[in-house]
Design a protein around this ligand. Structure first.
Ligand code: 13P
Length: 252
């Protein structure tokens, strides 16, 4: 049975003071909780705060994640952060191909696949995001889009594909309060599972497929009950300790 993963994506939010309060409240909420056998918890923070979060989380049950990673090892790539640098801060996960990166920073399927490769080479687990826009869903292209996005990652990473985490994030459900119903989400997750299976039966067994897109304390139980939904990538609700903890509790 796959362990569940609840990962917060803080996006470009936080401050030194707010992060400390949020982090301490989440840690207090998880104290004495033996659920780490079945559910892993992570927070993906702005890079500027990785050092702070490393200090706050070392020795805890919460893993640290970044929201992006460079596809390059080092050199003249102003503004980018390499996998080796992230490793120095104890980073365990790196989100790659978030729709906000694809949309606002022009990231292509190929670049996303190369970022996943850079993460894997450094022993960082990439959380690879795929998802369709509203126009693509309405045009009946959901499957085609997510399969194309995942195919690029499979192509570039070969047998290492079993070491990734996948996140289905319908773009129309991100930050909008609109959520895919459990049936809609499960349908896409099972398409992704089948695509992984065709590439590698081992990967299909192992890879956690998270749902992201307005997952919250109210809808988490029904989404997480679906057979191919192995956790959540949480935006807005990850910024409130009580909501985030409710989602973690729903994953048990
Ligand atoms: P929301 O939970 O705010 O919709 O964001 C989802 C997301 O983009 C997580 O990566």
């Amino acid at each position: 049975m796959r362990k569940k993963l609840i990962a917060g994506n803080w996006k470009m939010n936080g401050s030194l003071a707010d992060n400390e309060l949020l982090c301490k409240a989440i840690l207090a909420g998880l104290a004495g909780d033996d659920g780490s056998q079945t559910t892993a918890v992570a927070v993906c923070t702005p890079s500027a705060y990785l050092s702070q979060l490393k200090n706050l989380l070392t020795g805890s049950k919460i893993s640290l994640g970044s929201q992006d990673i460079s596809s390059h090892d080092k050199g003249a790539f102003t503004g980018e952060i390499s996998a080796a640098m992230l490793k120095e801060f104890g980073v365990r996960y790196a989100i790659v191909g978030h729709s906000e990166r694809r949309q606002y920073h022009g990231e292509t399927d190929t670049l996303v696949a190369l970022k996943a490769k850079a993460a894997l080479a450094a022993g960082i687990t990439p959380i690879v995001c795929v998802g369709e826009s509203l126009a693509e869903r309405e045009a009946g292209k959901t499957e085609e889009v997510v399969k194309r996005q995942l195919a690029a990652v499979i192509h570039e990473n070969g047998h290492c594909i079993s070491e990734i985490v996948l996140a289905y994030e319908p773009v129309w459900a991100i930050g909008t309060g609109k959520t895919a119903t459990p049936e809609m989400a499960q349908a896409v997750h099972s398409v992704l599972r089948a695509q992984l299976h065709a590439a590698s039966p081992v990967a299909a067994e192992r890879v956690q497929i998270l749902y992201g897109g307005s997952m919250n304390a109210a809808n988490a139980v029904s989404l997480l009950a679906c057979s191919d939904i192995d956790g959540g990538l949480i935006g807005g609700a990850a910024l409130k300790a009580a909501d985030f903890l409710s989602i973690v509790a729903a994953a048990k």
